[in-house]
Design a protein around this ligand. Structure first.
Ligand code: NAP
Length: 294
């Protein structure tokens, strides 16, 4: 990380398109290295470094936002028609810039259901859900855009302010058991730090256009929920079977349970040498717990 300051430093200008949960963490961190960072959202923010970009209303950033931009991170999901909001509105503009790098946050949903088997970047995507087909199409559009893009496939994202603790607090928790079902996940700090690690490796874009960012320990949701109740010193509600629960789940919640896979981080952690900050849900949730006690 120290090298990042010297290798990237303050001559770089980042645009974070879609500064939600992951984008804000990335923006905060990169600013600490002295880089200039501008961030987009769909509505006006007080922050002077924020600008509006909303493909739904054709609100496009002003030309001067792009002056001197070297790096872009897009955290915006496909729109309701399955198009990529950034490429749909800004592709020509981006192609006219002298960009060093674009990061695109995608999802491991593109791998589909592997019935619990491990998946890695060399596996052929096999999307099950319509939204994952759309996502794969967006990935393909980025890859064929001719832009210097690197795609990061992410499993369930959690971190301070967005974790099982909030679900418990807001009484939105359902303790569901489904035999052999696992989920992969990633702490938001590891998304940022893994991307920074990859950015320091100037050859990685040439050789690794698609990279999974996941922790070391896919596991059942019930294991995670039990751990949180333990930290809170509260009694976990009685689990119900997926068969019983499924009638009450929203279509989107139900769809997550239809896919069962373990996402490999070998490329990131073995080949590219990234060291996870939160290698499993226990250390990651301890960090969230400490933060929610403050
Ligand atoms: N959450 C997960 O567990 C998960 C898992 C795997 C992959 N992903 C994907 O990873 C990426 C980052 O996830 P996240 O949870 O950090 O995202 P997030 O908090 O939901 O932020 C998404 C950002 O995109 C902006 N946005 C959405 N539609 C837009 C449009 N049509 N035009 C312009 N801006 C638009 C939002 O603007 P506002 O700030 O105005 O709302 C927001 O800043 C997303 O693509 C997400 O689908 C998420």
């Amino acid at each position: 990380m120290k090298n990042f300051a010297s290798s990237l430093g303050n001559k770089n200008k980042f645009l974070i398109l879609g500064c939600g949960f992951s984008g804000s963490f990335f923006a905060r961190t990169v600013r600490q290295f002295g880089c200039k960072v501008l961030t987009s959202s769909r509505s006006k923010k007080q922050d002077p470094n924020s600008f509006i970009f909303n493909s739904e209303n054709d609100i496009i950033p002003d030309e001067k936002i792009f002056d001197g931009v070297t790096h872009i991170l897009s955290c915006i999901p496909p729109d309701k028609n399955g198009r990529d909001p950034v490429l749909g509105s800004l592709k020509n503009k981006l192609q006219s810039l002298s960009l060093e790098w674009i990061g695109y946050l995608s999802t491991t949903g593109v791998y589909g259901n592997t019935k619990g088997d491990w998946v890695s970047e060399i596996d052929q995507p096999n999307p099950l859900q319509k939204r994952s087909h759309m996502r794969l199409n967006c990935e393909k559009e980025w890859i064929t855009s001719g832009l210097p893009v690197q795609i990061f496939r992410l499993p369930g994202i959690y971190g301070p302010g967005r974790s099982t603790f909030e679900a418990i607090k807001n009484q939105k928790i359902r303790v569901i058991k489904k035999k052999d079902q696992v989920f992969s996940r990633i702490h938001v700090a590891d998304i940022t730090n893994a991307i920074i690690h990859v950015l320091q490796n100037s050859n990685s874009l040439k050789f690794h256009q698609i990279i999974n960012i996941a922790d070391d320990q896919p596991c059942s949701q019930i294991e995670v929920i039990r751990y949180c109740y333990g930290l809170l010193d509260l009694k976990m509600p009685k689990p119900i079977s997926f068969e019983e629960a499924k009638e009450e789940l929203s279509p989107i919640a139900k769809s997550f349970w239809m896919e069962n896979r373990r996402v490999s981080n070998n490329l990131l952690c073995e080949t590219l040498g990234y060291k996870l900050i939160y290698k499993n849900y226990k250390v990651g949730l301890k960090n969230c717990f400490v933060n929610c006690q403050k």
